[in-house]
Ligand binder design. Structure first.
Ligand code: IMP
Length: 427
């Protein structure tokens, strides 16, 4: 059985959860491998709307094992609350969810430093989700982090926490003029979570390799999107993990040759939440129309998302980088009713035409999209289940994207419901 990796090709919010929910119907296991509670994965099942942050979308499919991998940063308080909420809504979590013993813990000071650092950045703020994700990954790299496994070594946990707080308190006092944090209270709180989490904690790398050896079908659930990747995104306006195929491997603990298929999820237009360059952003009525029709408000923070036309320069870059085999195109229905639709196939940057995605933020800010204008289509698409059910112009739009990205579009979402999907064989 194949291992499928599902990756966002834009700045996150590509409606990956929608696609993952379709795929997880055929899977044995769904793994989150990076990010933390900054993610907001929305799945609509009939009248019910679920927004998952740390728990993989597989939990909504009975019999599918959900794994929070070693590369995820876990806020235990948040995780326990999310689990309790799911249980209250009748979702069977016990026995269906495991957490890596190697995952790093988001500590109270990570959340605090996330907001203090953003405050200091002023105009240049990143617009983080304030979930403590960046500071937690910073500590992981600085080797001052605490991991899930440490919760079960109380002496070691207290000592590591004491050492970390020495540095944090010096910063709080000296740089931010804030009161110091008290180690004992934090230790008590976190060691209190240890017992509640214990039934979930596993050596997930080994578990996943065993599942693969047993022929099980695993899906790697990407969070955020490649343009927010710490190495490949629009740095510094990025998240702090590898939100690409690279993070999926290290964050699940799977070697590259065990990944059989990479699916890139691309929204039919572009959105971005938070700061940073966005060449095809629309500050006009089409931008507002996309925001309203597409309900483009952050699932984690509620912030309105910035909206614009599909950027094929960016998507060519991310599709190639991730080595994607096929594309899942989401929210095609939101473009219905527009006279024409535009896609950016190149940029003009300081008098030059470029088709490669620039590294420098200044170049991206200076980039003016060179648009191709395609005919729009009338009516709603929600009833379409076959490619041939789509209006001719919508088919033309899809074929244009396939040609530009040199990849087949094998899944098309035409509405928010589970069954509002068109599946196609690569042509
Ligand atoms: P952080 O991940 O909270 O540090 O935020 C860094 C940047 O990534 C900000 O621009 C956030 O808006 C963005 N971001 C983080 N998580 C998501 C997500 O799940 N969807 C979209 N944007 C995200």
């Amino acid at each position: 059985m194949p291992t499928t990796c599902v990756i966002g090709l834009q700045w996150g919010d590509e409606a990956k959860a929608r696609v993952l929910d379709v795929f997880s119907a055929e899977a044995d296991c769904v793994v989150r491998s990076q990010g933390g509670s900054n993610a907001g994965h929305t799945v609509i099942i009939g009248e019910e709307k679920f927004v998952l942050h740390l728990v993989p979308t597989g939990v909504l499919r009975p019999g599918v094992l959900s794994v929070i991998g070693n590369g995820v940063v876990v806020d235990p308080k948040f995780l326990l609350e999310e689990i309790a909420e799911l249980q209250q809504r009748g979702v069977q979590v016990e026995g269906n969810l495991v957490v890596s013993d190697r995952a790093h813990l988001v500590m109270p000071y990570h959340r605090l430093f996330d907001s203090l650092a953003e405050g200091r950045r002023g105009q240049d703020k990143i617009g983080t989700t304030m979930k403590g994700v960046g500071p937690c990954y910073a500590d992981k790299s600085a080797r001052t982090g605490l991991r899930v496994a440490d919760l079960y070594q109380p002496g070691f946990f207290r000592e590591r926490l004491r050492a970390a707080l020495e540095e944090k308190n010096a910063l709080l006092r000296g740089l931010y003029g804030q009161p110091e944090l008290e180690g004992d209270a934090i230790a008590e709180e976190y060691l209190g979570y240890a017992a509640k989490l214990q039934p979930l904690v596993h050596d997930t790398q080994r578990l996943l390799l065993d599942l693969l050896d047993a022929g099980k079908h695993i899906i790697l659930e990407g969070a955020q999107g490649t343009l927010l990747d710490i190495d490949h995104g629009t740095y510094p306006f990025v998240t702090s993990s590898n939100a690409s195929v690279f993070g999926a491997m290290s964050g699940a603990g799977l070697p590259p040759h065990r990944i059989d298929e990479v699916v890139g999820v691309m929204k039919a237009y572009t959105t971005r939440v938070g700061g940073g360059p966005f060449p095809t952003e629309l500050a006009d009525e089409v931008g507002s129309l996309l925001r309203d029709a597409g309900n483009e408000f952050g699932a984690t923070t509620g912030r309105p998302r910035r909206c614009g036309w599909l950027d094929l320069v960016a998507c060519q870059y991310t599709a190639r980088l991730n080595g994607i085999d096929s594309i899942a195109l989401t929210k095609l229905d939101i473009l219905s009713g527009l006279k024409t639709v535009k896609v950016s196939g190149a940029y003009r940057v300081r008098g030059k035409t470029v088709t490669s995605f620039p590294a420098a933020v200044g170049d991206l800010e200076a980039a003016r999209p060179v648009y191709e204008e395609l005919p729009g289509w009338p009516g709603r698409l929600g009833e379409a289940r076959e490619f041939s059910d789509l209006p001719r112009e919508a088919q033309g739009y899809i074929e244009h994207l396939e040609e530009a990205l040199d990849r087949p579009i094998t899944l098309i979402c035409v509405g928010p419901e589970r069954d509002q999907v068109i599946r196609r064989k690569p042509g």
